[in-house]
Design a protein around this ligand. Structure first.
Ligand SMILES: Cc1cc2nc3c(=O)[nH]c(=O)nc-3n(C[C@H](O)[C@H](O)[C@H](O)COP(=O)(O)O)c2cc1C
Length: 144
């Protein structure tokens, strides 16, 4: 399966989760492409059978918890108009309060005819557990 992992990361926590996920999924015979949110191209979404989007949680006093700016830009302008029922998973690392940081991602995916499978959100101190939860989910819910 072709898997695209799009991520943003300022201090490296989400990047670590991304790298670990990529190497574990690669070991399961997938073709994994990792792209930073700033450099990913629309075409790369189209080529993937499964898309994972990883972000830190960024909070704003008036606007609540959101994905990182680069991920918000992907949501606004890089997602293909029609995701053709492609499955998407969101994951986020946070420090103290994640709230609904991935809600905007879910909405955007569903608006573009993608299938938002699930959000995974864990404290940045629990990166290995986050990786494991995502892998367990994929094992229990294989993508057809
Ligand atoms: C500008 C900014 C805002 C943040 N806001 C929140 C927040 O509202 N809630 C939270 O739990 N963590 C918040 N954090 C902490 C990050 O979500 C957390 O450290 C994350 O794991 C960083 O991931 P990264 O190393 O991939 O950038 C914030 C961090 C930054 C830099």
């Amino acid at each position: 399966m072709n898997i695209l992992i799009v991520f943003a990361s300022e201090s490296g926590h989400t990047r670590k989760v991304t790298d670990e996920l990529a190497s574990r999924l690669d070991a399961l015979d997938n073709i994994v492409v990792i792209k930073h949110a700033l450099t990913v191209k629309s075409l790369q979404f189209e080529e993937a059978d499964l898309i994972l989007v990883g972000t830190p949680v960024h909070g704003y006093i008036l606007f609540g918890q959101k994905p990182a700016f680069a991920i918000r830009q992907v949501i606004q302008s890089k997602l293909p108009e029609n995701l053709m029922r492609k499955p998407v998973i969101g994951f986020a690392t946070y420090l103290f309060f994640p709230a609904g940081a991935l809600n905007s991602l879910k909405k955007a995916i569903e608006k573009r005819n993608g299938i938002f499978l699930k959000s995974f959100t864990k404290r940045r101190s629990q990166k290995e557990a986050l990786v494991q939860e995502i892998l367990n989910y994929l094992e229990r819910n294989p993508i057809k």
